[in-house]
Design a protein around this ligand. Structure first.
Ligand SMILES: [Zn+2]
Ligand SMILES: [Zn+2]
Length: 321
């Protein structure tokens, strides 16, 4: 299978290089940055809700929330995840740049940082070196609760940085993606200012500007962070496991729409290089709708999907009665 990232090569390199960056200085900086990235959207959401009785929102704030939510989720799920982490289709440079910038607006870290973490997650899923497995804190109730917290948010606040020289060498060598990655904070700021300015212009007031900043920016980032983090926590704990994926990943129907398809997570772990995560007709997978749309417009090619035989071969055998 065509993948510039080679798992075998990474395994070999691993003997020489550590899986995470061991600089205390960098870790402290990243820890503080992560705290701000988590706290600001939370605070923004509280302020947005508290303001509702005094300045009710209208159609423009709802529309900005939905549009910027979809754009940033497409950036993360179709871009960061299915394209950059797994190379599950091919895309030209402009599509790559657009996806990387949209993904950056979700405030989940730069594309190279995200991909390094995610590839590490696939290489060590639910084992000791997995950066966010919920299953490494004990089997009793408290152990599971601690595991859930770690998988959902704890790992973000710990400030661990996966070694991108080991897991994302291909992206580090890509000048376009490296430049977009370096400007991460600018894209986050753009994702806050754009909805603010659009709403400010539509309503012609400063309160309109503020409501745009809150609903299209901070509230949208807060909801997106919770949904994406839920793939690490909920989708490794609750749901069905139709495939033998060798880990504890699950399919979760409730998160399918907000996660735009990422929550068919057992399907994804069974077939990580597939561009399609909803493998049954009823498994809503909005990410794939976008990929198919881009394909129709000749913007992406070589969209990968497992064959019917591959799917049957990996199905979990029913337990013997
Ligand atoms: Zn997973
Ligand atoms: Zn993945």
């Amino acid at each position: 299978m065509e993948r510039s990232f080679s798992a075998t090569q990474a395994r070999r390199d691993e003997e020489k290089v550590a899986v995470s960056v061991s600089s205390e200085y960098l870790q402290t900086i990243y820890q503080r940055l992560s705290l701000i990235t988590v706290l600001l959207p939370l605070l923004g959401t509280i302020v947005a809700i508290a303001l509702l009785p005094f300045a009710p929102i209208g159609i423009s704030e709802v529309a900005l929330f939905i549009v910027f939510y979809i754009l940033s989720m497409v950036g993360v799920e179709v871009g960061y995840h299915r394209y950059f982490s797994h190379r599950s289709f091919q895309a030209n440079k402009s599509v790559q740049a657009l996806l990387a910038i949209l993904g950056s607006m979700a405030a989940q870290g730069g594309v190279i940082f995200w991909v390094a973490h995610h590839r590490r997650h696939h290489q060590y899923t639910d084992q000791e070196r997995d950066p966010h497995s919920p299953h490494l804190h004990g089997d009793n109730f408290w152990g599971q609760l601690r595991g859930f917290w770690h998988a959902h948010l704890g790992w973000v606040l710990e400030g661990e940085i996966s070694n991108s020289a080991l897991f994302a060498k291909d992206l580090l060598r890509d000048p376009l993606i490296s430049s977009i990655n370096r400007l991460q904070q600018i894209w986050v700021l753009l994702g806050l200012l754009l909805p603010a300015m659009i709403n400010g212009l539509i309503l012609g007031t400063w309160i309109g500007f503020l409501q745009g900043l809150l609903w299209g920016g901070l509230v949208r980032i807060f909801v997106g962070q919770q949904v994406i983090n839920a793939t690490n926590s909920i989708c490794h704990m609750f749901g069905s496991r139709p495939f033998q994926s060798g880990d504890q990943s699950t399919n979760n129907v409730w998160l399918a729409i907000p996660s735009i398809g990422q929550s068919w997570h057992n399907n994804h772990h069974a077939f990580p290089s597939s561009a399609v995560t909803g493998l049954e007709w009823w498994q809503i997978d909005i990410g794939t709708w976008f990929i198919r749309g881009f394909e129709q417009l000749n913007l992406v090619t070589n969209v990968k999907r497992p064959s019917a035989k591959m799917i049957t071969n990996k199905l979990e055998l029913p337990a013997e009665s």
